[in-house]
Write a protein that binds this ligand. Structure first.
Ligand code: HMG
Length: 396
């Protein structure tokens, strides 16, 4: 008998992330820009940003993030890998195929790459849920991996960062059961974009923040129109966090949209636990909202049985508001120590090293190029041969 998709509970069974081996503190950045460090620490809510070594990219980070998931659950039930990114390394081949190979996964899997700025991973998540509802025996691996890079000495520079999130989407999940409906909002705008010929994003910072807040209103109203949960039922909301103060602003905007009057400290209390990782990693585009969820789950508060909201935003722009319930057993399945260790192992770099890495680029003329091993991660980009990127385990 066919499964009734409306009766299947689906969601996030496992969730973890990886970031780079290096970081630049905002104290070090402030020494160069001359900005008061309080503007970074309090004004935008960032204290450090992850910086990739020459042999780290979206593939090495995503493979690093996914490895513990495969080690815990095996790869035998995975039928689909969805890789969301806006830091694509090829116009044709999906980055997830390199990850599939590095992880040694079986061949009977479809692998696809998705793009819509920072929203891409949520599109992947919703597609994954739909696939699992149709066949609850299947699992979907969702990967979100990005390197956020702006021009040096631009206002966006302080919001750079890099990370990959990996999620296993299954029936009867251990961490978060995801609900329908979703609230959706799309509006054509040029608040942030990166033409194919540029390595750094173009952005109108103020316009992008306004567009984000407009999308909070739009997605929330659509969510309510479709019979979503009232604001009061939500313990907190995980927002896309281009910088962590944005989540506080967004939550106040959501309270207004929901006609809730709340003192400032209740907003800060609700949002604070979702920002711990992003404030030291920076913007990781597609991965950002899922790092906010990881940070929340890894916090000291017991959230078992609580419903939470998610606001996913991608410039250009597309947004989605949806909700989920944290399972009563989620704490037994967390990876808190590994996440903290991953962040703690990053090596702080000085401003000159940061500038060198910011301008570094791989050759584009097909000449053979070796990249020396620098990463502390499990995988590395070892070079380029015949216009083909070469990946290997870091030990080889
Ligand atoms: P800015 O213009 O240099 O900063 O860059 P500012 O002057 O607006 O100051 C920022 C905040 O710091 C302000 O607070 C100041 O008051 C405060 P606010 O008024 O906003 O509450 N401040 C201080 N606080 C304490 N002590 C001080 C001090 N001085 C100032 N001494 C901007 C800010 C966001 C524009 C910039 O970082 C930027 O361009 N960022 C990139 C774009 C971005 O992140 N946009 C967010 C929404 S769009 C989005 O989320 C999508 C995205 O992730 C891309 C995608 O979807 O793919 C970006």
């Amino acid at each position: 008998m066919a499964t009734d998709p409306t009766q299947v509970t689906v969601g996030i069974h496992d969730l973890t992330f990886a970031t780079t081996s290096l970081c630049l503190t905002h104290e070090e950045l402030a020494r160069h820009t001359g900005a008061p460090v309080a503007k970074y620490h309090h004004g935008i809510g960032q204290t450090a940003m992850s910086i990739p070594t020459e042999d780290e990219d979206i593939v090495t980070m995503a493979a690093d993030a996914a490895t513990p998931i495969i080690e815990r659950h095996g790869g035998g039930r995975i039928r689909t890998i969805l890789f969301a990114t806006e830091t694509g390394i090829d116009q044709s081949k999906a980055a997830g195929i390199y990850v599939h190979s590095l992880l040694g996964l079986p061949p009977h899997i479809r692998v696809v790459e998705l793009k819509q700025a920072c929203y891409g991973a949520t599109a992947a998540l919703q597609l994954a849920c739909a696939l699992v509802r149709c066949d609850p025996a299947q699992q979907v691996l969702v990967l979100a991996s990005d390197i956020a890079r702006y021009d040096v000495d631009s206002p966006g520079e302080a919001t750079q960062g890099a990370a990959a999130a990996a999620m296993l989407i299954t029936a009867a999940p251990d961490l978060v059961e995801l609900h329908t409906p979703s609230g959706l909002f799309t509006r054509d705008g040029m608040d942030f974009w990166r033409p194919n010929y540029r390595t750094t994003a173009l952005v109108d910072g103020k316009a992008s923040s306004d567009a984000y807040l407009t999308a909070v209103d739009g997605a929330w109203h659509d969510y309510q129109t479709r019979g979503g949960l009232p604001f009061e039922k939500l313990r907190t909301v995980c927002y896309h966090q281009p910088f962590t103060r944005m989540a506080h602003k967004a939550h106040r905007r959501l309270q207004q949209a929901a006609s809730i009057t709340a003192p400032l400290h209740t907003t800060d209390d609700a949002i604070g636990p979702t920002t711990t990782y992003n404030q030291v990693i920076g913007n990781s585009y597609t991965a950002s909202m899922y790092l906010a969820l990881t940070s929340l789950l890894d916090s000291d508060t017991d959230l078992g049985g609580d419903s939470i909201g998610f606001f996913s935003y991608g410039s250009g722009s597309v947004a989605e508001f949806f909700t989920g319930t944290i399972t009563p057993r989620y704490r037994a399945h967390l990876r808190t120590e590994a996440h903290r260790a991953h962040i703690a192992r990053r090596q702080p770099i000085d401003y000159d090293t940061y500038r060198h890495l910011h301008t570094y680029s791989l050759p584009t003329d097909g000449t053979p190029h070796e990249v020396t091993r620098q990463t502390q991660g499990r995988y590395r980009l070892s070079g380029i041969r015949h216009h083909q990127r070469q990946y290997r385990t870091a030990q080889s």
